[in-house]
Structure formats: structure tokens, C-alpha cells
Design a protein around this ligand. Structure first.
Ligand SMILES: NC(=O)c1ccc[n+]([C@@H]2O[C@H](COP(=O)([O-])OP(=O)(O)OC[C@H]3O[C@@H](n4cnc5c(N)ncnc54)[C@H](O)[C@@H]3O)[C@@H](O)[C@H]2O)c1
Length: 257
């Protein structure tokens, strides 16, 4: 399928590794100019043609400076995410003090990015915003309650942004992975094992396989590249009538009528 994205400019937040990195590289492979922003430098060199700025999305000033420095941008992707490092079940295993940082990184960071870029996209009269959310934000997942709540909030904010931006020819959508083998997924396992008696602890691979078999009809991991393929498609004119949607790439974990 010809997506005709050559020469377009894309900003990807949270692209040092994991899903964001795969998204940045997929846009680069389509011939886009890709500028990335992440708290950490990339552990491995990125595609040539992909540049990286280090900074924290919770700083509006840093995000605005990046937007100003980026010049005209066609598409913006927010793939930053982090959990609390603790495990729910029940939610009072966490302290209320565990919530603010998780909300800041997963939700307020995305709001900062939207504020920095939406007026620019709107004034150009075309383009797209994409937020990477999670099945946790649609199902009241008990694993990490502030993470689930932040993702639910982000889905709602995306819908609001989609309505505000539609008259300006700009689309906003969310992509929702289920389980992708990344550092973030591994941190969920690590949190789940804390405090368990020795006999009940599981290795990451065994824990993950059991969870996938339980929750996913297709019964397998999602790959970062599978999320990236949909991100690239959604940015293209082929998806020109899609806005305000949360698209699950989760092996069927979440199904809506
Ligand atoms: N891995 C999964 O199973 C899974 C499932 C559902 C949703 N997601 C979502 O997918 C997105 C990508 O997650 P991933 O699995 O690739 O995780 P990851 O940990 O591999 O990558 C997250 C990236 O965000 C960056 N980041 C974190 N805090 C930041 C901050 N304050 N400022 C700037 N950058 C920051 C990290 O440095 C990292 O490069 C996240 O939004 C996550 O919630 C992941």
C-alpha cells in the first residue's frame, strides 16, 4: 500500500526504546524526517535521518522549546509511558502519593505535547496526533491503578482533542497495545513479584506466557513493529476519515460491539 508520507515531518515522544522507537523507525522507513524526544538517550543508534533530543515531557517549557525548534511538523506521536513500580490488587497496596508522578508522565506529559503542537497543526490545516494508550485504560485493570486511570484519562482527552481539531483538518487517535515485550512490560512483572513468597515467584517468561494465554484470544505477544505499522497507516491520507478512535492492537484482548 502506498502511504505517500515521503518528506513529511514527524515528532515522536518516548522514542529511545520500545514501541516509540519502532514507530520512529517505521516513519523513517517511509521517507519521513523524524525528530524524537525522550528523557533518556537511545541505548542503540537510531536510523540515520532520525534525530533525538533529550528532555522530560513533564516540563512544558522543554516540550515547547522542542516544538519551536522542530519547524513545521505533520504528525505527532506520544509513546511515553511509565508505571508506578508497584502492584495493585487491591488498590490500597499503593499509596495516594504513588499517583501524581504516574499521572504526570502518562497524562500531563501528553497534554503538554498536545498544547505545544495542536495550534501549529491547526494553523497548517492538516496533520495528526497519535497517543499510545493501553488496554488498561479501557478495562479498569487492577495491575497498576494510577497507570490505568492515566490511560483512561488520555483516551478521553484524545476524543476531546479530536473534536476540537476536526474543523481544522487535523485528526487525533489512540493506539492501545495489550502486551509488548519491552522494559515497561518487564517492570510490571518485577512489581508483581515483590513480596511474593519464594514458592509463588515466577520468571518473567513464564509469568508473561501465562498472562498472554489467559487474556489474549490470539495468545501471543504484540510486536513493537505491529504497533508501528498502524501508527504509520493512521498518519497517512489512507486513514483520512479516522479520528477520535482508540484502536486495539492486543490479540483480541478488548473487543467492543
Ligand atoms: N509494553 C507493553 O506491553 C505496553 C502495553 C500497553 C501500552 N503500552 C504503552 O506503550 C507506550 C510505550 O511503552 P513501551 O512498552 O515502549 O515502554 P518503554 O519503557 O520501552 O519506553 C517508554 C519510553 O518513554 C520514555 N520516557 C519515560 N518517561 C519519560 C519522561 N518523563 N519524559 C520523556 N520520556 C520518558 C522512556 O525513556 C522510554 O524510552 C507507553 O505509553 C505504554 O504505556 C505498552
Amino acid at each position: 500500500m502506498q502511504l505517500q508520507l515521503e518528506g513529511q515531518a514527524v515528532a515522536v515522544f518516548g522514542a529511545a526504546k520500545g514501541i516509540g522507537r519502532a514507530i520512529a523507525e517505521a516513519f523513517s522507513a517511509e521517507g519521513c524526517r523524524v525528530r524524537c524526544f525522550d528523557r533518556d538517550p537511545s541505548p542503540r543508534p537510531l536510523h540515520s535521518g532520525v534525530s533525538m533530543t533529550t528532555g522530560d515531557v513533564t516540563s512544558l517549557a522543554a516540550v515547547k522549546a522542542f516544538a519551536e525548534d522542530s519547524g513545521p511538523v505533520n504528525h505527532v506521536v506520544y509513546s511515553v509511558g511509565a508505571g508506578s513500580g508497584k502492584f495493585g490488587f487491591p488498590f490500597w497496596n499503593l499509596d495516594p502519593a504513588d499517583w501524581p508522578r504516574v499521572l504526570e508522565v502518562n497524562l500531563i506529559g501528553a497534554v503538554n505535547v498536545a498544547h505545544a503542537f495542536a495550534p501549529r497543526l491547526a494553523s497548517r490545516g492538516r496533520g495528526s496526533l497519535l497517543f499510545i494508550v493501553s488496554v488498561a485504560g479501557q478495562t479498569g485493570s487492577q495491575t497498576d491503578p494510577p497507570y490505568s486511570a492515566a490511560k483512561a484519562g488520555l483516551i478521553n482527552f484524545m476524543q476531546c482533542a479530536a473534536k476540537d481539531l476536526a474543523p481544522h483538518g487535523v485528526r487525533a487517535n489512540a493506539l492501545s497495545p495489550g502486551m509488548v515485550r519491552t522494559d515497561l512490560n518487564q517492570s510490571v512483572w518485577a512489581a508483581s513479584q515483590k513480596g511474593l513468597p519464594e514458592a509463588e515467584r515466577q520468571e518473567y517468561a513464564a509469568w508473561a506466557e501465562a498472562k498472554i494465554r489467559k487474556v489474549s484470544p490470539l495468545g501471543r505477544w504484540q510486536q513493537p513493529e505491529e504497533i508501528a505499522s498502524m501508527a504509520v497507516f493512521l498518519a497517512s491520507d489512507r486513514a483520512g476519515n479516522i479520528t477520535g478512535q482508540t484502536i486495539n492492537i492486543d490479540g483480541g484482548q478488548v473487543m467492543h460491539a
